[in-house]
Design a protein around this ligand. Structure first.
Ligand code: CA2
Length: 154
C-alpha cells in the first residue's frame, strides 16, 4: 500500500514559528512519527513532499497517479486552489485532508476548503496527531476497499 504525504506552502517552517497555533513539531518530526507508524502497519510505503509551489504539488499528485492514497495539508492553498482538487479528482486517488489548526475556529477565509470535495474526509485541529490518525484511517479504508474488490472478483 503506497501513500503519498503532501504538505503545501510554509509548512517547512513548522516548529520554528507560531507553535501556539501549529505545535512544536517540525515537518521532519512528523515524517519520523509517520514512518514509525507505517513500520507497525507493515504493508505501508510512504513518500513525503513539501512545496511552496502549487504546480509542484499538482505534478506530485499526477506523478503518483498509481499510488493508493494521499494525505494532504495544502496549507493556504486549501483556500484558493482549484488545480489541486482537480488533480486529485483526475487521478482518482483516495485522499484525506489534514490541518494542524482547527480551520473553523480561525478567520472566516479559512473556513472554506477547495480540497474537501475531492477528499474522503478532513481532520482539522489536532496538531501533528491529525497526520497519524489520517494514516491509520487511510490504511483501514484501503484495506477495506481491497477486500471489497476481492469479493467482487469472486
Ligand atoms: O492548520 C493548518 O494545517 C493550515 O493548513 C496551515 C496553513 C494555513 O494557511 C491554513 O489555513 C491551515 C498555514 C501553514 C503555515 O505554516 C506555518 C508553520 C509555522 C510557522 C509559520 C507558518
Amino acid at each position: 500500500m503506497r501513500i503519498l504525504v503532501l504538505n503545501g506552502p510554509n509548512l517547512n517552517l513548522l516548529g520554528s514559528r507560531e507553535p501556539e497555533i501549529y505545535g512544536l513539531e517540525t515537518l521532519a518530526d512528523i515524517e519520523v512519527l509517520m514512518r514509525n507508524q507505517a513500520a507497525d502497519l507493515e504493508d505501508v510505503e510512504l513518500a513525503f513532499l513539501q512545496s511552496n509551489h502549487e504546480g509542484v504539488l499538482v505534478d506530485a499528485i499526477q506523478d503518483h497517479r498509481d499510488w493508493d492514497g494521499l494525505i494532504i495539508n495544502a496549507g493556504a492553498l486549501t483556500h484558493t486552489s482549484v488545480a489541486i482538487p482537480d488533480a486529485i479528482t483526475s487521478v482518482g486517488i483516495t485522499t484525506i485532508e489534514v490541518h494542524l489548526s482547527n480551520i473553523f475556529a480561525r478567520e472566516a477565509f479559512r473556513h472554506h476548503s477547495y480540497i474537501s470535495p475531492a477528499a474522503w474526509g478532513m481532520i482539522t485541529g489536532f496538531g501533528y496527531r491529525g497526520y497519524l490518525v489520517a494514516l491509520d484511517l487511510l490504511h483501514d479504508l484501503l484495506t477495506e476497499e481491497a477486500a471489497i474488490e476481492d469479493l467482487d472478483e469472486d
